[in-house]
Design a protein around this ligand. Structure first.
Ligand code: SF4
Ligand code: SF4
Length: 447
């Protein structure tokens, strides 16, 4: 349907299938309050790389006053989709709706270079598919475990790689065999009296690269009296695709995930990856035009909660052992801006005795991870990553903590560039460690 969408306004560069909505972009009063919080405006100081400029470009596109050139599309490619502009906007402009609609239009209607198509397709054919990703990571594990990576880095050989491959290599986290092959059972019983029956979304990249985070999430939920159901047939939630304008693919993933969770009877659906959570909570909107799924998507979305929201709503039952650590909490954009969840992760971390929670300066600014942004816009992403790492280190933290796998990869890579061995952990890993009685030194040694 979308691929053959008609254009009733021949002047417009957009077709009739979900163009950026006039009534949404007209709410922008051009005040510019969003500019200081926009990472790309901070980097380049260009109006067209600011939220206000991009909204103006959408309007010009809809009115047919510009053509769909590479220069036009570049300003949207450069947007991180971090949604910091939405938090800053006093007029309530729903920039998330605008950028998703615009990106989907551009992906349908523009021609990318063959090299770009190949690069993007390889990302979309790999990352959302855990089996393929696992298979692809075995050689990467061998590359790391054999010492070849260290050798390649020392010798400067990596400089010979094309820039995109070089950045992918730099982003590759430490692969642990036990994580690569780990799988959770379908049911994890609650400890003590059952307080809730929850479903756990295991994600695609998260499941393969950070299966330890999923295991920690399930353990903490069980320790807090939740019966945890983990549907086997679940796949990617579609977040990576939605954020990149791959609309049809995203819809397909969303439908399958709804099917998988409808087969189990849970009152809450728990997510521990901020980027996924923001998309899952928007399923009702995403599938609004699908008569078979619209109502089901709405019901699904209404059950979705970030793990921090679930734990903040439960009086802690499991004993937390002290963790004398200075912890810098990095709010990932998709939790703070897209979901508006800021107090709950802090509230949960504060249940750990002796943990000192530190605030990171310029917390509203994205770390540069942003879905596939650090793979397709590596230079800008690295600059933002370096800024974020500098701000995290300025707190004097022993550990950096966040709630999104993309941010974990991005921050670890930035810390490596800075030559610092500070571990980056998911918030739930700290809670789990406190419940399990894992000593602080062991966590620090995991860098
Ligand atoms: S989503 Fe982020 S990068 Fe894009 S315009 Fe808004 S603040 Fe700027
Ligand atoms: S803050 Fe909102 S209204 Fe003001 S320029 Fe930015 S998007 Fe427009």
């Amino acid at each position: 349907m979308a691929a053959t969408a008609q254009t009733s306004n021949p002047a417009s560069i957009f077709d009739d299938h979900n163009p950026p909505a006039t009534e949404v972009y007209k709410k922008c009063v051009h005040c510019g309050f969003c500019l200081p919080t926009c990472p790309t405006y901070q980097l380049w100081g260009e109006e067209m790389d600011s939220p206000r400029g991009r909204i103006y470009l959408m309007k010009l596109g809809a009115e047919g006053k510009v053509s769909l050139s590479d220069t036009y599309a570049k300003h949207f490619d450069r947007c991180l989709g971090c949604m910091a502009c939405m938090t800053a906007c006093p007029s309530g402009v729903k920039y998330d709706r605008l950028i998703e609609a615009t990106r989907a239009q551009l992906e349908r209607r523009r021609r990318r270079s063959p090299a770009e198509v190949l690069h993007r397709q390889s990302i979309f054919k790999l990352l959302p598919y855990p089996k393929r990703l696992r298979a692809a990571l075995w050689p990467a594990w061998a590359y790391q475990a054999s010492g070849l990576r260290a050798l390649a880095r020392r010798s400067g050989l990596l400089k010979l790689l094309p820039s995109k491959l070089r950045s992918m290599e730099a982003l590759l986290p430490q692969i642990r065999l036990r994580e690569l092959s780990a799988d959770l059972p379908e049911l994890i019983a609650a400890q003590g009296a059952v307080r809730k029956r929850v479903g756990l979304v295991t994600g695609c990249v998260q499941r393969v690269l950070f299966s330890g985070v999923n295991a920690a999430t399930a353990r903490v939920l069980a320790a807090e009296g939740c019966e945890v159901i983990i549907p086997r047939e679940q796949g990617c939630c579609g977040a990576l695709s939605v954020h990149a304008g791959e609309e049809e693919r995203a819809l397909e993933f969303a439908r399958k995930l709804i099917d998988a969770f409808e087969r189990v009877d849970v009152e809450t659906i728990v997510i521990n990856a901020a980027g996924c959570g923001s998309t899952l909570k928007e399923y009702g909107y995403l599938l609004r035009n699908d008569p078979q799924y619209a109502a089901r998507a709405k019901a699904f979305a209404a059950k979705c909660r970030d793990i921090s929201e679930v734990l903040a709503g439960l009086e802690p039952r499991a004993t937390r052992h002290p963790l004398p650590l200075r912890v810098a909490y990095h709010d990932s954009c998709h939790i703070q801006h897209a979901q508006g969840v800021c107090t709950q992760p802090r509230q949960v971390l504060k249940t750990i005795p002796k943990l000192e929670l530190l605030e990171v300066p310029d917390a509203a600014i994205c770390c540069g991870s942003a879905g596939i942004y650090n793979l397709v816009q590596p230079e800008a992403a690295a600059q933002l990553g370096d800024m974020k790492v500098k701000n995290c280190l300025s707190t004097g933290a022993d550990v950096v903590v966040t709630s999104n796998p993309g941010c974990m990869v991005q921050l670890s890579s930035g810390l490596q560039r800075a030559g610092k061995s500070v571990p980056v952990l998911h918030m739930i890993e700290l809670v789990d460690a406190a419940i399990q009685g894992i000593p602080a030194e062991k966590l620090q040694a995991s860098a």
